[in-house]
Write a protein that binds this ligand. Structure first.
Ligand code: SAH
Ligand code: SF4
Ligand code: F3S
Length: 443
C-alpha cells in the first residue's frame, strides 16, 4: 500500500506530517513520490486564512476525479480545516474515509489499519485531549541535520482574527523531560540544529501551574546538550517574552541570533482591537532590549493589513514601526474573515482594493529593508550550516550548496568538488547580497 501526504500551513503541520510519515512507514506502508501511485492520500490542512482553506476544496475536487477510476483509493483529511469542518468532510466526499483533528493525529496509524481491514468503515478522530498527546517516537538510525521538536500544542490567546485556538485547542505543554529526551536522542543521532515549536512558546509550562520549568530554563537545558550546534524556537508572542529569554540570546552560544516576533500592526488602536495586549511602544522596548542583549540579532515578523476598522493613519503607523525596527524580513497578509472568531463581527470591514494597495506598499517597503539588511552582511565572516544543493548557478566546474547563517539568512556557496556537504558547517565570507539571499566564499 502506497500513501501520499499533502501538507499545507505552518511548521507545526510540517512537523506533524513528518511524524505521520514515519509512523506509516513503521506500519509497513510505503511513501510514494508521485500522486498516481498512491492508494491512500493524507491531507494535512491549514485554515488560518480563507485562501489555504479554499486550496483544500480544489484539491479534494481533483482527487475525487482520480478516485472515480480507482475506487479502492481513499483519503484522510487532517489538521486545522478538518478540526473545523469535522465529519462534514465524510458526508460531502465519498472517498474521504477519515477525518482527524490536531490532537487526533496520534491515533491515525491505528485508524488506517482499521480502514484497510474494513472497506466500508469511515471514521473521525476529532476530540481534543486534556494533555499534550505524547506520540511514540520513530527514530531512524540517522537523524536529520535539522529537526523540529514540538514543545506544546494549542493556544489560549484568542487574538480576535485568529482561528488557531479553535483548531488546535487550548494550550497544552509537553513535559520538559520528554522534550529533553527527544532532543538528546536527536543530537546523539547526528542532528545539529533543533527548532522548538509551538504556537506561543514563551508561555510554555504556564498551563501546568508551576509543575514544570519555564521556557527560559527549557532553552538553557536544550542549549546545553553537548553536540548541539544551533537552537531556534518559534513562535513567540511579544506579551509573553520575558527578561530571561531576552538575556538568553546574549548568553547561550547555541541559541541562534534570530527571533520571529509577530507584531501584526503598528497601530495601538488596531493592536487593542486585535486583543494583542501590547502596544507599539512595548514592542519597540522589547526590540531595544533584544538588541542590547544580542546586537546582531535578526528580527522577523508577521503583519496583517486591513484588519476591521484599520484607517489610513493606522496603516501608516504600521509602515512607521516597520521602518523603525528595520525587520530583516516579514510575512504580511491581508486580513481574512475566519468563521467564529471575534473579528468576523467587527466593523467596518476594509475593502479588498484598499487591502491590496496597503499590502503592496508594505511589501515594497520590506523588500527595500531586506535588501539593505542583506547588503549590510557583505564582508562578514559567517558559519553556514549546509542544508542541501542550491539551484543558484555558480561558475563552471563548481557545485552550488545552500545553507543558513546563524541569523537564518539563506547563503549560497559554490564549491569546486562534488562531495555531499549537507550537514557540514562551513566558514565563509559573504561576498554578495541578492534580493532574498546571500552568496559566500569558503575561507
Ligand atoms: N502563533 C503564531 C502564528 C499564528 S498564524 C502567532 O501568534 O504569531 C500565523 C500568522 O497568520 C499570524 O501571525 C498572523 O499574522 C496571520 N493570521 C492569522 N489569522 C489571520 C487572519 N484571519 N487573516 C490574516 N492573517 C492572519
Ligand atoms: Fe493565533 Fe494569537 Fe494564538 Fe498566535 S497567539 S496562534 S495569532 S490566537
Ligand atoms: Fe494553519 Fe493550523 Fe498552522 S491554521 S497556520 S496549520 S496552526
Amino acid at each position: 500500500m502506497n500513501y501520499y501526504i499533502f501538507t499545507f500551513g505552518c511548521q507545526m503541520n510540517v512537523s506533524d506530517s513528518l511524524w505521520l510519515d514515519q509512523a506509516l512507514q513503521a506500519l509497513g506502508l510505503k511513501p510514494c513520490s508521485r500522486e498516481e501511485e498512491a492508494d491512500i492520500f493524507l491531507i494535512n490542512t491549514c485554515s488560518v486564512r480563507e485562501k489555504p482553506e479554499q486550496k483544500i476544496y480544489s484539491l479534494l475536487g481533483r482527487l475525487y476525479e482520480y478516485t472515480r477510476e480507482k475506487p479502492h483509493v481513499f483519503a484522510g483529511v487532517g489538521g486545522c480545516v478538518a478540526q473545523q469542518v469535522g465529519r462534514r468532510f465524510l458526508e460531502r466526499f465519498s472517498f474521504v474515509r477519515l477525518v482527524f483533528g490536531t490532537d487526533g493525529l496520534v491515533m491515525v496509524p491505528e485508524a488506517i489499519k482499521r480502514l484497510l481491514k474494513d472497506r466500508h468503515l469511515k471514521t473521525s478522530l476529532l476530540d481534543f485531549q486534556d494533555h499534550y498527546p505524547e506520540r511514540k517516537g520513530y527514530q531512524p538510525e540517522k537523524a536529520p541535520v535539522q529537526a523540529f521538536v514540538n514543545i506544546m500544542q494549542g493556544c489560549d490567546n484568542f487574538c480576535a482574527y485568529c482561528i488557531v485556538p479553535y483548531t488546535r485547542g487550548r494550550q497544552k505543554s509537553r513535559s520538559s523531560r520528554e522534550i529533553l529526551q527527544e532532543c538528546a536522542g536527536l543530537v546523539a543521532r547526528g542532528c545539529r540544529e533543533i527548532t522548538l515549536l509551538g504556537q506561543n512558546v514563551n508561555s510554555f509550562g504556564q498551563d501546568k501551574e508551576g509543575r514544570d520549568i519555564p521556557f527560559s530554563e527549557l532553552l538553557r537545558s536544550v542549549a546545553a546538550l553537548p553536540g548541539l550546534e544551533r537552537l531556534r524556537f518559534t513562535t513567540s508572542h511579544p506579551k509573553d517574552i520575558d527578561e530571561e529569554v531576552i538575556q538568553a540570546f546574549g548568553e547561550l552560544p547555541a541559541l541562534c541570533p534570530h527571533l520571529h516576533l509577530p507584531l501584526q500592526s503598528g497601530s495601538d488602536q488596531v493592536l487593542s482591537s486585535m486583543g494583542r495586549k501590547y502596544n507599539s511602544d512595548d514592542y519597540l522596548r522589547i526590540v531595544e532590549k533584544l538588541r542590547s542583549s544580542c546586537p546582531d540579532i535578526s528580527l522577523t515578523t508577521d503583519l496583517i493589513v486591513g484588519f476591521p476598522g484599520e484607517t489610513d493613519a493606522d496603516f501608516e503607523d504600521t509602515m512607521d514601526i516597520v521602518k523603525k525596527v528595520g525587520f530583516d524580513s516579514s510575512f504580511s497578509f491581508k486580513y481574512s474573515d475566519r468563521p467564529g472568531v471575534r473579528a468576523a463581527d467587527m466593523q467596518p470591514k476594509i475593502d479588498d482594493e484598499t487591502k491590496t494597495e496597503r499590502l503592496a506598499r508594505l511589501q515594497q517597503l520590506q523588500s527595500e529593508l531586506t535588501r539593505d539588511r542583506l547588503a549590510g552582511r557583505v564582508g562578514r565572516q559567517e558559519l553556514v550550516l549546509v542544508e542541501g544543493r542550491s539551484k543558484k548557478q555558480g561558475p563552471p566546474d563548481t557545485v552550488s550548496w545552500t545553507g543558513r547563517d546563524p541569523g537564518g539568512r539563506l547563503v549560497h556557496v559554490h564549491l569546486p568538488v562534488e562531495r555531499d556537504c549537507t550537514g557540514e558547517v562551513l566558514r565563509v565570507t559573504i561576498v554578495r547580497a541578492h534580493k532574498h539571499s546571500l552568496s559566500g566564499e569558503v575561507i
